[in-house]
Design a protein around this ligand. Structure first.
Ligand code: PLP
Length: 487
């Protein structure tokens, strides 16, 4: 039985920072001595003593046999995995590795349309062919949920040669589909279920949170420990269980995708976040859930606002909700989510995770305080009063059929490498897109390399832009031109 109170990586790092020696290795700042005073002024000097490289006592991320291996084993036990890899390039590299480890050139992979752009990058790298399944979509709330087991079943029936199924669980809004049923169906076809669980790293630490992906039957899951737990930005984990994932291919893929100089600050933050959750997770999550519940109750009483909740009649694309994720619909105030986000941020001292046309989404985590919640509730109370006094902000009618459309003409990889040209937006209808076009946040691609550009997709993106969102992924972020495959 492992002792979860241990922090092998932090201990080894601490020992290295105090060992007197003359350093003739990277990084050049030599344990902070050469650091710029500007950076030291911001961060202090201590942090740089631990910004070390792969010294003999610090193990090696790509051939872990010492303290990194110990830390990863502790993490595997704490997160319910058979094996865990620490990631220093975010869940982005974990998701790309998951695809590279299961699909080769021309192999089919079944996935929902509302994937994060890292999945598209994985498809380009692997040369895999996406078989998109439309997620359940709530047109009233303008939110895409999970793919359903019945949609998965028909995709599997039509494409029994698919090599893997990848899904998003939870969505950015905290919505969870019926993952156990999806796992059961996927396994009937003897292929692995890969899960983008970037937003669900905290699930395993409290019974009131949704079932973690591994417990629901996933073969591989990728979690951003930095998003909802206490690790530093970019620090993530990839977990596996069972025998459907080839460990050597995961190793090879991660080596391809990550730096040969992984940051020990990030790795140590994973060790720390795991220890913190293994020992204090239940209490921390109880408190976080309480704070979230308080915000939920108070904000939902403000006229004009409503909060995303589990529908009374559960649908198979929405069977559970992470209650620490708060999605507030502001359309009843006559505001777009974008406009509300700007007012909250600039005038009322509250910054959301992201906004969409109708909604604002807030991440409530172990780092939030009761004072934060009071400020949030107060800000919404003020916002509701302000909008009663002004007719400045208007919501617009729009249609986002675009995010559930899309015909792949050629593979994302072929489009990525094809000769391309840049055309004015008006001339791109019915051409093959050569870049990712992704309104941000939440980072769900509307157009991707290889896909036929349609009028509804262009109109949707223009509307998002007109209402204050911004378009990322494409070279021209003003979105006046678009890169297409040469005819
Ligand atoms: C659903 C989803 N998957 C994957 C990622 C990528 O995670 P990371 O930022 O850890 O690379 C994100 C990031 O926003 C995300 O929202």
């Amino acid at each position: 039985m492992l002792n979860q109170d241990q922090t092998p990586l932090i201990d080894a790092l601490k020992a290295c920072t105090t060992r007197p020696h003359a350093p003739f290795y990277t990084p050049g700042h030599k344990r902070g001595k050469g650091i710029s005073p500007h950076l030291a002024d911001l961060l202090g000097k201590t942090v740089f003593q631990a910004d070390l490289t792969e010294l003999a006592d610090l193990d090696n991320l790509f051939a872990a046999q010492g303290v990194i291996q110990e830390a990863q084993q502790l993490a595997a036990a704490a997160f319910g995995a058979a094996k865990t890899w620490f990631l220093v390039n975010g869940s982005t590299c974990g998701i790309e590795a998951a695809i590279l480890a299961t699909c080769g050139m021309g192999d089919k992979i079944i996935l929902p349309r509302n994937v994060h752009s890292s999945v598209i990058s994985g498809l380009i790298l692997a040369g895999a062919i996406p078989i998109f399944v439309n997620p359940e979509y709530d047109p009233v709330l303008d939110i895409a949920h999970s793919i359903t087991p019945s949609a998965v079943e028909s995709a599997l029936q039509q494409h029994p040669d698919a090599k893997a199924l990848l899904t998003v669980y939870p969505t950015y809004y905290g919505v969870c589909g019926d993952l156990s049923a999806i796992a059961f169906l996927t396994h009937q076809y003897h292929i692995p279920l890969l899960v983008d669980e970037a937003h669900g790293a905290h699930f395993g630490f409290h019974p009131a949170l949704p079932t973690p992906a591994l417990a629901a039957g996933a073969d591989l899951t990728v979690q951003s420990i930095h998003k909802t737990l206490g690790a530093m930005t970019q620090a993530s984990m990839l977990h596996i269980q069972g025998n459907r994932i080839n460990i050597e291919r995961v190793n090879k893929a991660l080596q391809l995708l990550q730096s040969t100089s992984p940051s020990y600050l990030l790795l140590a933050s994973l060790d720390a976040a795991r220890q913190q959750m293994a020992i204090h997770g239940k209490n921390l999550m109880s408190r976080t859930l309480q704070l979230a519940e308080e915000a939920r109750t108070k904000i939902s009483q403000i006229p004009g606002l409503s909060i995303l909740d589990i529908p009374p009649k559960k649908s198979s694309g929405f069977v559970d909700l992470d209650k620490t994720r708060l999605t507030v619909n502001v359309s009843g105030l006559g505001l777009t989510g974008f406009a509300a986000e700007e007012i909250l941020d600039e005038k009322l001292g509250v910054t959301a995770e992201f906004s969409s046309l109708q909604n604002l989404t807030f991440i409530i985590s172990l780092g939030n305080t009761s004072a934060d919640i009071q400020q949030l509730v107060q800000a919404f109370t003020t916002l509701a009063k302000m909008t009663l006094l002004t007719d400045k902000y208007q919501i617009c009618q729009y249609s986002n059929d675009a995010i559930v459309g899309g015909i792949m003409s050629i593979s994302p990889r072929e489009a990525f490498f094809a000769a391309s040209e840049i055309l004015p937006l008006e001339e791109t209808n019915q051409r093959i897109c050569a870049e990712i076009v992704c309104p941000y946040p939440p980072g769900i691609p509307v157009l991707m390399p290889g896909e036929l550009i349609t009028k509804p997709a262009l109109e949707y993106l223009q509307q998002i832009q007109a209402m204050g969102g911004f378009i990322s992924g494409c070279a021209d972020t003003s979105f006046r031109t678009l890169k297409v495959v040469k005819a």
